[in-house]
Design a protein around this ligand. Sequence first.
Ligand code: AMP
Length: 596
Amino acid sequence: MSFSIEHFEQLALSAPLLETLKELGYEAPSPIQAATIPSMLEGYDVLGQAQTGTGKTAAFALPILERLNLSNREPQALVLTPTRELAIQVAEAFQGYARHIPGFHVLPIYGGQSMSLQLRHLRRGMHVVVGTPGRVMDHLRRETLSLAALRTVVLDEADEMLRMGFIDDVDWILEQTPAEKQVALFSATMPEPIRRVAHRHLQDPREVKIETRTATVATVRQRYCQVGSQHKLDALTRVLEVEDADAILIFVRTKIAATELAERLEARGYPSAALHGDMTQALREKTIEQLRGGNLDIVVATDVAARGLDVQRISHVINYDIPYDTEAYIHRIGRTGRAGRAGDAILFIAPRELRLLRAIEKATRQPIERMPLPTPEAITGHRLAQFKQQIGEVFNTQDLGFFQELIAEVEREQEMNAHDIAAALTYLAQRERPFQFEDAIPKDAEKERERPPGRPVREGRIRGERSSRDSARDSADFDKIRYRIDVGREHGATPQNIMGAIANEAGIEGRYIGRIEIHDDYSTVDLPDGMPLEIFQHLKRVRVRQQMLNIRRFDGVEPERRRPGRPKVERLSGNREQPVERKPMRRRPAQPSVDS
Ligand code: AMP
């Protein structure tokens, strides 16, 4: 790997943070962390090109925590995120990294959540605020959020904020911050509008770009398997069942994950060992020797521990946790296909990480083919075939005289024929590990949603992941009502910024936002029937291009053409004159984040 900082201890972080990182099992800083943390600690602005999964949250959270003045309970850092999920996730990450910093407070603020709750928390005092642009603007206008003590502003996933139409809001918010401050901007891509924001608000920034060196790994067949985090272990089990492997090296991100996964595989009947930096050199060498000698077939390793590992019988590298960057990926898969042999690399990837997959393809100049998750039927078939083959092998290679006599005895004594005895024995042989394969992965798990427009998906480690049953529902499958909003072409509105604002502020998934039509001074948008009253009220006040949406049911008549005297009735659905009290919308019921 390219970064020269190999240990967190080299980063001038204080004991409580180092202790936390140790407990979390982080072995070494990721490249973005190695590059960003020292600059932020020194007070520099940072322009970081990095996507999700590179460890960028810790890259900004750790220096912010390091530099906090805990006795001042005015916000000292503000993190802007495109979505509420990300706001929650980042806030939780801060809380996690601050576990040994007593008295630390972080607050996520986002649309759709009760304002009074946020106000209560804000009044109590916060060190870090993580919010979506719309809600942060709301608080700034109401003067319920003071930025006077602000020292650091982070723009997280700036290109997503741009895509969702928030970039002007971000600009406005930055103008409200003190002149003397540190700004860190992270974005997966650097389109011109983001560069402009950077130019306007960042002073002499340190640019951090995670290099994507090109390389070829010609003898390695690369595949990827799309799987959500909650099904990863089951998916790994399926892959181990069907792959024709010699030795397998599985990569994870942390020392703890290495130990845990090795234990869990053991528990499932796959003898495995961990390989990580906390193990003594002697133990590491012993593990590698076992692997080399064929006494051990599965090793679960971290990047650092597997550096330079050269064991020719490794036929498979499985990227259980996605690597931080293409370079780490190339390094990992280089552990197979040694000495001109063929090798297999399988990458587990969550839908939200597909971007990294494309970057890897570009860097290795090789396509990574999609590998469908092996089905339970295929695994059962595989087990049966293996069993049949074993019978033949044993018959051909073992002296079975003693056993043949035993069976003859059973035939006589129990009056059974050899066929029935064989069936009974087969049953016994598979009782510990039945031929019929079953696990907890639902049938349509692979259809788990890809990134819907306007609403990036984060993995379900913070809030529940979607159930696969719901994911099958497509955008056409809901009753729509057409609404009118008071922002149009004249104001500079685009479908993207309308969609972004509604998705984010009302917590409605992008795919439930129907057709958007832009007119001169207003627009229409189709939304699901039965919108809860509080979301509707909130949407009225949401702004796009500085215009309050003032959303109401569209009756097909533009106001200026409305016949005089015609009563203006606002209806949300059916004959109801007012929205109903929190009747759940026909949205994905299993996702708590939508309804909270
Ligand atoms: P992010 O790119 O911030 O979304 O982080 C992706 C994941 O990597 C998170 O689950 C982090 O907990 C994890 N992570 C971040 N930094 C490290 C590190 N240095 N070592 C191991 N895991 C890390």
